[in-house]
Design a protein around this ligand. Structure first.
Ligand code: PBG
Length: 326
């Protein structure tokens, strides 16, 4: 009689066997590179809390997009940092504003070879840093914000974005954007809905990346980390409103949410490995505390395993390069 009867270790015994039996593997086509462009720069500006990530100039953004195409990356998500901000974020509606111009420039560079996505949110454009406009008492005014989102979406679609990413967590934002797009003739522009987006401390480095003016927090509109069931409500609402793709964000502290959403969503599911997740791994690796490459690969693979069909990650290009050379 021999023990044990079952030996799962057999399938772990060589790299080739492990490769053959892997349940999940990453592909560059499912990665989306978030990228920042800052108005008025003559050189790319490093972001201290995100080593390796920069605020781009037009030139370096176009180069990054072209490189993403070469590497087989699936998409790029654009965020703009304007020179001037005001109470209503009006630079977001300017066809020549930093983000709309960046969309045009990137589309001219990549055509349809890369899915061009853009952030529909006011936080980069408002002087107070909130994702919407404020009412007379300083609260974020949901419905007044929706009106602007609709116009912003149309400008981004006109600039050439294939997909729009409303990230502001206003109630009804997907419906308003869908209607505005359809009325303007952009029936084919898709919506990647930030559906389950949590108020997270891990967005910290992003605030530096977009030079955020925010004081306080976003807890009156982004979800509470204590809630799991509520994510399904947010997703169902966005689906009803016409979301083409559903996003969960952040990713790593919310893999349970991602798994829940992946189990019920009839549309593709995206997850955003955010700035703080990037920063933590880079910082630990820089200290020699973890193996950088293995930690990056493991972290992104875990997001895929939890159910993401596509992953936004600041390592998208680097990961794609590793996959190419594998
Ligand atoms: C809002 C937005 C944020 C991020 C993406 N879109 C910031 C926030 O909600 O506070 C964060 C992304 C990251 O941390 O990498 N426009």
């Amino acid at each position: 009689m021999s023990f044990p009867h079952q030996r799962p270790r057999r399938l772990r015994s060589t790299p080739a066997i492990r490769r053959l039996t892997a349940e999940f593997r990453l592909d560059p086509a499912e990665l989306i590179l978030p990228a920042f462009i800052r108005e008025g720069l003559s050189e790319p500006a490093p972001i201290a809390s995100m080593p390796g990530v920069v605020q781009h100039t037009t030139d370096t953004l176009k180069r990054a997009a072209a490189q993403a195409v070469e590497l087989g990356v699936g998409g790029i998500m654009l965020f703009g940092v304007p020179l001037l901000r005001d109470a209503t974020g009006s630079a977001s509606l300017d066809p020549d504003g930093v983000l709309n111009k960046a969309i045009r420039d990137v589309r001219a560079e990549v055509g349809n070879e890369l899915v061009v996505m853009s952030d529909v949110c006011l936080d980069e454009f408002t002087e107070h840093g909130h994702c919407g406009v404020l009412d007379s008492q300083g609260r974020v005014d949901n419905d007044a914000t929706l009106e602007i989102y609709g116009q912003m979406a149309v400008e981004q679609a006109r600039a050439g974005a294939h997909m729009l990413g409303p990230s502001g967590m206003m109630d009804g934002q997907v419906a308003v954007i869908r209607q505005a797009l359809d009325e303007a003739g952009f029936q084919d522009t898709s919506i990647v809905a930030y559906a389950a987006k949590y108020a997270s401390a891990f967005y910290g480095p992003f605030r530096e990346a977009v030079d955020s003016q925010l004081t306080g927090d976003r807890r009156t509109y982004q979800m509470d980390a204590a809630n799991r069931r509520e994510a399904l409500l947010e997703v169902e609402l966005d689906l009803e409103e016409g979301a083409d793709i559903i996003m969960v964000k952040p990713a790593m502290s919310y893999l349970d949410i991602l798994a829940d959403v992946a189990a019920m969503s009839p549309v593709p599911v995206a997850a955003y490995q955010i700035s703080g997740e990037y920063a933590m791994i880079e910082a630990a690796a820089a200290n020699g505390w973890i193996d950088r490459r293995r930690s990056i690969e493991e972290s992104v693979l875990s997001i895929k395993r939890a159910g993401a069909n596509m992953i936004l990650t600041y390592w998208a290009a680097e990961l794609a390069g590793w996959m190419k050379n594998r």
